[in-house]
Write a protein that binds this ligand. Structure first.
Ligand code: DQA
Length: 286
């Protein structure tokens, strides 16, 4: 996935002036610049568009349908009633995410209704500018997942698939400084493959470290600040945060995806959601 549309609906041209207590102080130009800069760092090309007219938004989506590979859309008030806009998203059949600056579920009743969200991968609401960035990341994550599923893991074989996932994740997410997969061997986790700086922890007893804890507890763990977590087994002084996702089927854990970042508090629900989907694909290989 390389080409992304950012689409803004009615009244979003007035961002910065319009009800700043709800929508913030950034202008649309500043917002677009932040999204574009973020997306470009993830290797994407972006086309941004805003209109106050339903038909113009639909025309833009149609015109760009062969260039675009995904859409992030804040439909503004059209969210709540535009079946035409909804149909245009369904028609072009591109993975799309509905974003709102404000939390539409905590405002007037009419804003709780979205006629758009069913044709989108998800709705992200109430995170301000950050919501758009999470949407971009989620779409990149879905692309990784599609590549993994499309690579025919069963015939490719386990080792090659495990290496492929690590490479795809490391190369798709600049914020992932270290990506590795550990496999359970007896009472230990053994490093299968990784990308990033060499780690001294090639064998970790289950139950030790954040890695060991995730396997022991059979659940994903996000640590925002590794230095504040007594379980953390230091491997690089630059590491600030970590996410660990068990590769499991039912109650049985086969291994885990372990990711470090040099940025603090950088892993979100959306990382966890995508990585758990990747882990579920990998679990089928065991
Ligand atoms: C909005 C929420 C909509 O209900 C409203 O009509 C907008 C902006 C948001 O970003 O919070 O125009 O989409």
């Amino acid at each position: 996935m390389k080409n992304l549309l950012i689409v803004h609906g009615p009244n979003l041209n007035l961002l910065g002036e319009r009800e700043p207590q709800i929508y913030g102080n950034d202008s649309l130009k500043t917002l677009n610049a932040s999204i574009e800069c973020f997306a470009e760092k993830m290797g994407l090309q972006v086309k941004s568009f805003q209109s106050n007219h339903e038909g113009a938004l639909i025309d833009f989506i149609h015109e760009q349908r062969n260039w675009a590979e995904a859409i992030v859309i804040n439909p503004g008030a059209l969210t709540h009633y535009s079946y035409a806009l909804r149909d245009s998203i369904a028609a072009v059949n591109l993975p799309s995410i509905e974003v709102h600056l404000s939390d539409v579920n905590q405002r007037e009743e009419f804003r709780k209704i979205s006629v758009i969200k069913d044709v989108c991968e998800k709705q992200i609401s109430g995170l301000g500018k950050e919501g758009y960035l999470r949407a971009v990341e989620y779409l990149v994550g879905l692309d990784v997942l599609n590549k993994l599923q499309g690579s025919n893991p069963d015939s490719k074989g386990r080792d090659e698939t495990l290496r492929m996932v690590v490479k795809l994740l490391k190369e798709s997410f600049p914020k992932y400084s270290w990506v590795g997969i550990y496999l359970v061997e007896g009472a230990e986790l053994v490093l299968h493959n990784y990308m990033g700086k060499p780690s001294p922890h090639t064998r970790i007893p289950i139950g030790q470290g954040i890695c060991g804890a995730a396997v022991h507890e059979k659940k994903s763990i996000i640590v925002d600040d590794v230095n504040a977590d007594p379980r953390y087994l230091a491997c690089s002084i630059e590491t600030r945060s970590e996410i660990v996702i068990p590769i499991m089927s039912g109650n049985k854990v086969f291994g885990e995806i372990d990711i470090d970042s040099d940025l603090e508090a950088i892993f979100h629900d959306s990382d966890q959601e995508i990585l758990e989907k990747c882990a579920a694909v990998l679990a089928k290989l065991f």
